[in-house]
Design a protein around this ligand. Structure first.
Ligand code: AHM
Ligand code: MG
Length: 337
């Protein structure tokens, strides 16, 4: 007998049926987003065979070197999502300003933000990379969207997700009813439900942080990591393991799978430069926080819940501490002491 698996499309349509007044708009939008992720997955898989590795020779608005793939994948996202009429506008880590739907295409009631290729420095060394996205409702005049329309707290997100281009390509999604994971079946070109109801274990013995910044860390972060490193002999009484992939998507996926905590905190070096963090609120921190909270974890800057931050600007950066609840609460308590 044929073993039927739920495709992501079927899953979203069934979710939509539970909502009163749903028009199918959101379902179609999500379909386009997953198509974009499939196109990117194909490019990532082919790598230098299709000549996409290396630097583009340009910088993004944060002054970071852009990879060829940052620009290509950004275009894929725009082209796949600009025509169907579900969106009022888009915003991306790789574009200075918001992206307007081209004249002649209908506009819709949603806003899409994305980091088309997170961890792109890992492309050239053939390590996992990902795509992160978030969907908001456009409130106000959606025929003439402006950047201010995007400045909504993370709690307003309608949907958040990521695609992880690893040994297999996965799509992990939340619409506020838990978190579900889908694996791309290359033979049929569909994401199929393989990881229903993903939840983060509360207890963990694993942390992730770029330790090369240790000398710049604030006291609470130093204390937390130091206590982990002391292992069995220290105040935690247990040995901890450390990981750093330098692809946030891979890091969050590991945490969803086996628990752990991920930190990109603010440090003295950032403060001296007037930066509030490394990761971006709209494209990275908010969508990942939504997913992590929906999976039973927690997400904070160390001082406040990320999803409650009222964004001040599109490209705002924030400190990020997320993962297993007990560890995130411990780190928060160190910040409060
Ligand atoms: P990117 O969006 O430019 O790729 O930067 C974000 C990435 C995250 O995926 C990752 O957690 C972090 O930057 C790695 O930073 P570092 O280079 O300090 O290790
Ligand atoms: Mg990124």
């Amino acid at each position: 007998m044929h073993n039927h698996r739920t495709s992501v499309t079927q899953f979203i349509i069934e979710e939509q049926r539970k909502l009163q007044g749903a028009t199918g708009d959101f379902t179609s939008l999500l379909n386009d987003v997953t198509t974009a992720c499939k196109v990117i997955s194909n490019l990532v898989n082919h790598g230098e065979l299709v000549g996409v590795l290396g630097a583009a020779g340009s910088e993004n608005i944060q002054g970071e070197e852009q990879k060829k793939m940052d620009i290509i994948t950004n275009d894929v996202f725009l082209q796949t999502n600009e025509w169907a009429g579900h969106l009022a506008a888009m915003a991306s880590e790789e574009m200075d300003d918001i992206y307007h739907i081209p004249d002649g295409n209908p506009k819709g009631k949603y806003l899409l933000t994305f980091d088309p290729l997170d961890g792109s420095s890992n492309m050239d060394v053939n390590v996992s990379v990902g795509t992160i996205f978030s969907i908001l409702r456009c409130k106000g005049d959606c025929q003439n969207p402006i950047a201010e329309h995007f400045l909504q707290a993370g709690t307003e997100q309608v949907c958040a997700g990521y695609a992880l281009y690893g040994p297999s390509t996965m799509l992990v999604l939340t619409t506020g009813q838990g978190v579900n994971g889908f694996t791309l079946d290359m033979n049929i070109g569909e994401f199929v439900l393989t990881h229903p109801n993903m939840t983060i274990p509360e207890e963990t013995r694993e942390f992730a942080i770029n330790a090369s910044n240790m000398r710049h860390w604030e006291e609470p972060v130093k204390r937390y990591v130091d206590e982990c490193l002391q292992g069995k002999e220290g105040p935690r009484g247990e040995d901890f393991n450390m990981r750093w992939v330098a692809s946030m998507v891979a890091e969050v996926h590991r945490i969803l799978t086996r628990g752990g905590v991920f930190m990109y905190p603010i440090d003295e070096k950032m403060k001296a430069k007037g930066t509030e963090g490394k990761l971006r609120l709209m494209y990275e921190a908010n969508p990942m926080s939504f997913i992590v909270e929906q999976a039973g974890g927690a997400s904070t800057t160390g001082r406040e819940r990320i999803m409650e931050i009222q964004p001040k600007e599109l490209h705002q950066r924030v400190p990020v501490v997320l993962g297993s609840k007990n560890e995130v609460e411990r780190i928060t308590s160190y910040h409060n002491e």
